[in-house]
Write a protein that binds this ligand. Structure first.
Ligand code: ADP
Length: 456
């Protein structure tokens, strides 16, 4: 069901219910009031008749009857009966052909002094009266409030028509106003359906910029910008990756073509094969890095499950790196000895932490003439810090912000082997481990990378 229909139905049901309760309350209050008012006038009528008949001896019953008949209220013909102590009719202003009273009723009136009751359609009032000789009479007056009931019927009809009209109006207004308030959403929907993956630069109209719909549009625009950014990044990543792979592949192709141009000696073939092997290794290293980068993106969950000692990880990395590159010198030291091993214990994954530190140590050795990486561990109340320092070629100031981007290589490093992926992997892993990585560097003097990780 559409929100518009839902809002209209809910709104109409609520209004219809309130109106119904309100109308019924008015009807019942009016009915009550009418009844009470009629009982009062019946009582007046009964008392007046009794007074005239019992207290004014000069008034003759027949005369009173004649007066009564001729002055019967134009509004209602009230029947009055007066009973003496022995419950015999002492006076009646009409020919009593139907008996509408009972001895019980008369006794009740004598006990309660005043009784109001209903008999068929008619209202009955009974009251007691005493003459000067202390004789007790019961006066009964009965009539139908035709005028009052007609008035009430009219009110009822008017209320039913008014009620139906008001409900209909509510439905129409509900449709109109819900349409009005949902119009901006329909417009946003139309605009969104026009946005395609190749068109993420398009923005939604943010309207008055103040209401909830404007906030939705602003948030949606922000999301589009982030999507666009990540699409752009993806595109440049793919083109960079294919470029990086194409270079060694093209080199392999031309080396094979050159070798095949003429007959070669076995030594020349061996040299060619060795060059091919080194190019091939370059490709393998690059594809491994790409794979690691992709893995680091999908590996978000479960990375903080293990508690690991930073110093142990660093010594393992030192061991592995010195096996692979005998010329590398790696010095690991504590700035101060930790009293509690928790200060150098972090949450993470062994392989991920090893990747972080081997990338940093490899760069430090690779980009410095003495191939020396100085690694220092220190800590404070919250974090453990690992600083990897070298005295190599350094990074130009204006390029410092870019070294963590995939495939970015500084101008002064182009002559060294590398693909520009290591630091971007490192940064992603550190972020996954809820840490930070910072860099300080000076061209010609060296670089210092600091990894900050929260300890236990
Ligand atoms: P790679 O070393 O394979 O090129 P990285 O992502 O590890 O890729 O590094 C990106 C770039 O940052 C390097 O190409 C280099 O220009 C620069 N860089 C990283 N570490 C150092 C360092 N210790 N000294 C100087 N330049 C560095």
């Amino acid at each position: 069901m559409k929100i518009r229909t839902k809002i209209t139905i809910q709104f109409s049901i609520v209004v219809a219910f309130i109106l119904a309760v309100f109308s019924m309350a008015i009807y019942f209050i009016s009915e009550n009031y009418r009844q009470q008012e009629f009982y009062n006038s019946l009582k007046d009528k009964a008392v007046t008749t009794a007074q005239l008949l019992i207290k004014e001896p000069q008034i003759d019953k027949k005369l009173l009857k004649v007066i009564d008949k001729n002055t019967l209220s134009t509004l209602y013909p009230a029947e009055v009966l007066i009973f003496n102590d022995s419950n015999q009719v002492a006076y009646s202003n009409f020919e009593a052909d139907t008996i509408w009273y009972s001895p019980d009723l008369l006794n009740r009136i004598r006990v309660d002094k005043h009784v109001e009751t209903q008999f068929n359609e008619k209202q009955v009032v009974g009251t007691t009266f005493q003459d000067s000789l202390q004789n007790s009479f019961v006066v009964l007056a009965r009539a139908e409030d035709i005028y009052g009931q007609e008035k009430l019927e009219n009110i009822k009809d008017t209320m039913i028509v008014g009620y139906l009209g008001a409900v209909l109006l509510t439905i129409l207004l509900g449709i109109f106003f819900s349409g009005q308030s949902l119009k901006p959403i329909s417009e946003i929907n139309d605009e969104i359906s026009r946005i395609t993956a190749s068109d993420l630069r398009r923005k939604l109209d943010t309207g008055n910029g103040k209401d909830e719909i404007a906030t939705l549009a602003v948030n949606f625009n922000d999301m589009l910008s982030r999507l666009n950014q990540s699409f752009e990044l993806q595109k440049s990543f793919v083109s960079n990756a294919s470029h990086e792979l194409r270079t060694p592949l093209a080199a392999i192709k031309s080396e094979i073509q050159v070798a095949l141009q003429k007959e070669r000696t076995p030594i020349e073939y061996k040299e060619t094969l060795e060059t091919l092997l080194s190019d091939n290794q370059r490709i393998i290293k690059l594809t491994n890095s790409l794979l690691q980068l992709a893995k680091s993106e999908n590996n978000e969950e479960d990375v903080l499950s293990t508690e690991l000692r930073i110093d142990e990880i660093l010594f393992k990395v030192q061991d592995e790196m010195q096996h692979a590159h005998r010329q590398y010198q790696i010095m690991i030291d504590f700035e101060e000895i930790p009293e509690d091993i928790a200060w150098v214990t972090v949450r993470g994954k062994d392989t991920l932490l090893k990747t972080v530190f081997s990338n940093l140590i490899d760069n430090a050795c690779k980009y410095s003439a003495n191939q020396l990486a100085e690694v220092r561990i220190h800590f404070d109340a919250q974090n453990c810090y690992v600083r990897v320092k070298d005295s190599g070629i350094g990074i130009p100031d204006e390029e410092l912000d870019h070294v963590f981007e995939p495939f970015y290589r500084t101008n002064n490093a182009k002559s060294y082997n590398g693909s520009g992926i290591g630091l971007s992997i490192t940064k992603r892993i550190v972020k996954m481990l809820k840490g930070k990585i910072l860099v300080k560097s000076k061209v010609g003097e060296g670089s210092e990378f600091t990894v900050e990780l929260p300890h236990l």
